[in-house]
Design a binder for this molecule. Structure first.
Ligand code: IPD
Ligand code: CA
Ligand code: CA
Length: 266
């Protein structure tokens, strides 16, 4: 494992310990509403501080973008993107589908990624050009052709209700052609599952960069494709994302594109 990934893994495990410490006592947590349907607890914040502490210990000059603490200025050629708890709503309901997501972007290119599910003890790692791994075993996307028999992941736009009608149209466009559609509630894990061949494709409207920075590298290193709604690579900026194995990626894009409102066609 690359030494930088080792640091990220140590940081993710520190956060995972905090997440697990409270997972049976969520009723004791103080929960704040950041915006509509967007919750944060002290677990998210404490986990993020633990991650930043580990990263800063090893790389004091690097800059950091954390979901809960925002931007920490440093050397912009090296930026860590952190989601300390992806799947907060699941976590707060005791629904065990959540993870820590950490990525390093070097000179605008994502170089390392870690997604850690502390409940299931699943550690997904990837480094650019070196493949993707689940608990140190190499993972790859599926090789299905066409949408028939596929299992597709998605996210509902709870935080962006203005896109609900359009989302439902994209759902309608995919639904008749696939075996099943899952909304598991943690986008970082959705992308990690795609990398591991547990899902064949994925689409979601309105994600943040911290939801997908690590997962995007994971998908690419597992041989998959990821892009925005116009098939280009601006998904970290637009937040609109399609991913899949080579064929499923193209098929999802083709099916949803005619149903997108103008502001979502990118
Ligand atoms: C959320 C999850 C969810 C996705 C939301 C994200 P959070 O992240 O990834 O699957 O649908 O858009 O915001 O808030 O739990 O870190
Ligand atoms: Ca998230
Ligand atoms: Ca989060």
């Amino acid at each position: 494992m690359h030494p930088t990934v080792n640091i990220a893994v140590r940081a993710a495990r520190a956060a995972g310990d905090i997440i697990l410490r409270y997972h049976n006592q969520v009723d004791l947590l103080t929960i704040e509403n950041k915006s509509e349907n967007d919750f944060v607890s002290e677990v998210d914040k404490t986990a993020e501080s633990a991650i930043i502490k580990e990263i800063k210990k090893a790389f004091p000059q690097h800059s950091v973008l954390g979901e809960e603490s925002g931007k920490m200025i440093g050397d912009n050629d090296y930026q860590w993107i952190i989601d300390p708890l992806d799947g907060t709503t699941n976590y707060l309901h005791g629904f065990p589908q959540y993870a820590v997501s950490i990525a390093l972007i070097e000179k605008k290119i994502t170089s390392h990624a870690v997604i850690y599910d502390p409940f299931k003890e699943e550690l997904f790692t990837a480094s650019k050009g070196e493949g993707a791994y689940l608990n140190n075993e190499r993972i790859r996307v599926t090789s299905t052709n066409g949408l028939k028999d596929t299992l597709i992941g998605t996210g509902f736009p709870f935080k962006h209700p203005q896109h609900l009608d359009c989302y439902i149209e994209t759902f309608r466009a995919i639904h008749p052609h696939v075996s099943g559609i899952r909304r598991a509630g943690a986008a970082a894990l959705d992308l990690a599952y795609l990398a591991a061949g547990r899902l064949d494709g994925f689409w979601e409207i309105g994600l943040n960069s911290w939801d997908m920075a690590a997962g995007a590298l994971m998908v690419k290193e597992a041989g998959g494709f990821i892009g925005d709604f116009s098939g280009r690579d601006k998904y970290m900026e637009t937040g609109n994302v399609v991913a899949g194995n080579s064929d499923v990626y193209k098929q999802i894009l083709k099916k949803i594109h005619p149903h997108l409102t103008q502001d979502l066609q990118r």
